[in-house]
Write a protein that binds this ligand. Structure first.
Ligand SMILES: Cc1cc2nc3c(=O)[nH]c(=O)nc-3n(C[C@H](O)[C@H](O)[C@H](O)COP(=O)(O)OP(=O)(O)OC[C@H]3O[C@@H](n4cnc5c(N)ncnc54)[C@H](O)[C@@H]3O)c2cc1C
Length: 463
């Protein structure tokens, strides 16, 4: 599948919070403050709803709202508003906090992936070659310069050389794994598993950050169906004929960004409202209409790691998420579950929700919630920071996305984030791609960030 996780994700378009980027810059990521990255976000965007200083029109990435939001999703926004959470029409605008409808990467009632938006228009260009069914096994280094890559297609090992920069964008698990397989990483570990260390960079694969998540579930009251009957052929017909109805849903249609402590610099939770039963990544099901209020912890501190376990590049790396390893994080997670329950109680009073299934009536005290979270919290598919911008001791890249001590090698994916942002990670991944495109156009030795981003129409990305 082309397009990476953006071709299978929940399509929520969120950039995070301005404090995230200002923190990056304050920690040394020059050129990555909010005002620096905002033009990169707007440049790639074609927002169907908003046209203002925070949003772009004419870019390759289509952003809109789910067409036919389920009444249950709206009712949960009303319930949140009824307990004092302010409404917010645009989580990517002036402020992120509040409750409302998510923006999504959709077009005409369908997913609009980066493969659709960016790749398809240029795929036939003579300068573009797309290889599928091939796995990159390492970056080839000649001295301290990246001179190309090696890939495996079937049984065949091929080498592709490169006179410009090699751009590594294999995602937050596979980017550090590929660096390590190429001899770039913690020397001691590499030696121990039989890989010759070429560049000793201890932080490759460190600082893995994720958003812990927990799902609360409720039955729907009355005759409400939510998405329970979405597989009925009548909804398929509606979608096929008009691209409308339940099959246009991204499941997490509305939600809230809140801080559980007003002293915090930004929201620490995203609550997602879904008109469906959602538990254990969708592996569990429920035999009646249901809704979910899902708490995603968007400002965690815990760090994990990604380490290759053998010299065989086809073996998967070991991923240690290490989430919720501090008590403060766990306490915030419990606060969020209590808040989710408050919103649910308002929706029960309004006659929208019925009984709670998860955590369930047996889980009441903070201690019981903690134990339930230890058994049921999950990850949100937002891994980041494993090849982060930072110094040579605690980072992998300079702010121009160049790997320390290696010439001609840059990284452009969520692994570059110094710390994880307060939101879903696809919009920032696209923004990072925009920045990388600017950088590779700039003169090679430049240590300056390029001049303000070009408008989408001038960027050459649109044909
Ligand atoms: C189920 C799910 C739901 C999500 N929901 C949302 C959401 O609603 N909103 C949101 O903003 N984010 C969401 N995310 C996260 C978001 O999609 C990712 O953070 C983002 O797409 C990451 O982009 P990336 O470019 O860093 O990495 P990826 O999208 O992982 O891209 C890496 C690419 O590299 C390829 N690759 C890796 N290793 C190799 C190799 N050795 N050789 C060749 N190719 C290789 C992969 O096949 C892939 O195409 C979700 C993710 C998942 C999985």
């Amino acid at each position: 599948m082309l397009g990476g996780c953006g071709s299978m994700n929940a399509m929520i378009y969120i950039r995070g919070n301005r404090v995230d980027y200002n923190d990056w810059a304050a920690e040394g990521a020059d050129g990555w403050a909010y005002e620096d990255v905002l033009p990169l976000f707007t440049r790639s965007e074609n927002n169907e709803q908003f046209s203002n200083a925070f949003h772009g029109r004419g870019g390759p990435l289509n952003v809109t709202q789910v067409r036919d939001v389920d009444p249950v999703s709206h009712a949960l926004v009303d319930a949140a508003a009824s307990i004092g959470i302010p409404r917010n029409d645009d989580f990517n605008g002036e402020r992120q906090e509040g409750t409302g409808q998510f923006q999504v990467t959709h077009r005409n009632g369908m997913r609009w992936s980066t493969a659709e938006g960016f790749l398809r228009p240029v795929r036939r260009r003579a300068t573009v070659t797309v290889r599928t069914g091939a796995q990159v096994t390492r970056i080839v280094l000649e001295g301290d310069r990246a001179s190309g890559i090696e890939l495996k297609a079937g049984q065949k090992l091929e080498r592709i050389s490169c006179s410009g920069d090699v751009i590594l964008c294999a995602g937050a698990f596979n980017t550090p794994a590929l660096l390590q397989h190429s001899g770039i990483g913690p020397a001691e570990h590499l030696r121990a598993i039989g890989i010759e260390p070429l560049v000793d960079l201890p932080a490759v694969g460190n600082h893995l950050m994720e958003h812990p998540i927990a799902y609360t579930n409720y039955e729907l009251a009355g005759k409400r169906q939510g998405l329970f009957d979405a597989e009925d052929p009548k909804h398929l017909i509606k979608w096929l004929l008009r691209r409308r109805g339940k099959l246009t849903s991204n499941i997490g249609e509305t939600g809230t960004h809140i801080r559980t402590d007003p002293a915090m610099p930004g929201p620490n939770f995203q609550l997602l409202f879904s008109p469906a039963y959602f538990m254990e990544h969708g592996l569990q099901s429920w035999d009646a209409p249901a809704a979910s209020i899902v708490a995603s912890f968007i400002a965690p501190e815990s760090r994990g790691s990604v380490r290759v376990r053998s010299a065989d590049p086809l073996r998967k790396p070991a991923v240690q998420l290490n989430m919720l390893s501090t008590d403060t994080e766990m306490q915030q997670m419990v606060d969020a579950i209590e808040l989710a329950r408050e919103i649910a109680a308002a929706a029960q009073t309004a006659g929208v929700l019925g009984a709670e299934m998860n955590p369930g009536p047996a889980v009441r005290t903070r201690e019981e919630i903690t134990a339930w979270l230890r058994a049921n919290a999950q990850h949100t598919y937002h891994p980041a920071c494993t090849a982060r911008i930072g110094s040579e001791t605690d980072g992998v890249l300079d702010p121009q996305l160049r790997v320390h001590d290696v010439q001609g090698l840059r990284v452009a994916d969520t692994s570059i984030m110094p710390t994880i942002i307060r939101g879903n990670t696809m919009a920032p991944a696209v923004m990072i791609g925009e920045r990388c495109a600017e950088l590779i156009r700039a003169p090679h030795s430049s240590n300056e960030m390029p001049a303000p981003a070009l408008a989408a129409a001038d960027s050459g990305l649109l044909t």
